[in-house]
Ligand binder design. Structure first.
Ligand code: MTE
Ligand code: MO
Length: 219
């Protein structure tokens, strides 16, 4: 064996060191507030992307895909896939925080910004809430202010690839500042409303807002 090539032990050590350095950077295994900059309280970091839903994963083709944006708006819209694809596309990198305590860093999303949609439909002054309706019967509610955040997307791609059906493709909501149950998969309708209406999990003991930094898991 030549001296300038690390042997097996050397290679293992290099791997160990680089992964431990990464842990340090991410504050892995730390609890409490010491890593509050990135990992919310009570969360643990994962590398894979788990699938969570009610067990029905509807198949929606691009041909059949429709998105209604309606309710308390001046210009209700019904988008087909072409209109969605023709809208200005945005990229965002964000972390996922699931209420079941896993977080996944640096997800690269592509889609249309909620802000673009909001400008297009023009919410009436009465509109204070937004309710997402999905093809599997799932619903979830947010405030208009939460929906209008600059990092909220109607996303069709993840890591440069079309969203898979199990992760909500052809299109899902991504609301990175809240627990991931607010990010409706297979979205078919975005309803602007004057009054709040709890969604599927909000009716079943989960927090109405769901801010991971305040650990708003349960109501
Ligand atoms: N339509 C729909 N959207 C949904 C759900 C669902 O059951 N149906 N589950 C929510 C929950 S609880 C989580 S944690 C995330 C999971 O998204 P993922 O499967 O892509 O990780 O989707 C959210 N959006
Ligand atoms: Mo979840």
């Amino acid at each position: 064996m030549s001296e300038d090539k690390p042997g097996i032990l050397g290679q293992i050590k290099e791997k160990l060191v680089s992964s431990k350095q990464k842990w340090a950077k991410e504050g892995r295994l730390l609890t409490g507030t010491s890593n509050a900059e990135r990992l919310p309280p009570g969360q643990r970091l994962v590398r894979e992307w788990p699938v969570l839903d009610l067990g029905i994963q509807p198949h929606v083709s691009h041909e059949d895909w429709k998105l209604s944006i309606d309710g308390e708006v001046e210009n209700p819209l019904a988008w087909d896939w072409q209109s969605f694809a023709a809208a200005p596309q945005s990229d965002d990198v964000s972390d996922i925080h699931c209420v079941t305590a896993w977080s996944r860093y640096d997800n690269h999303w592509q889609g249309v910004k909620s802000q673009y949609l909001i400008d297009l439909v023009k919410p009436k002054p009465a509109a204070k809430h937004v309710i997402f309706h999905s093809h599997d019967g799932y619903t979830t509610n947010v405030t208009l202010e939460m929906f209008a955040a600059p990092d909220v997307l109607i996303a069709h791609s993840w890591e440069g690839e079309p969203l898979t059906r199990q992760h909500g493709g052809p299109a899902r909501i991504v609301m990175p500042q809240f627990y991931f149950w607010k990010s409706a998969k297979w979205v078919r309708r975005i309803e602007f409303a004057a009054t709040d209406r709890p969604g599927f999990w909000e009716e079943r003991g989960y927090h109405n807002i769901g801010d991971p930094w305040n650990e708003e898991r349960y109501s």
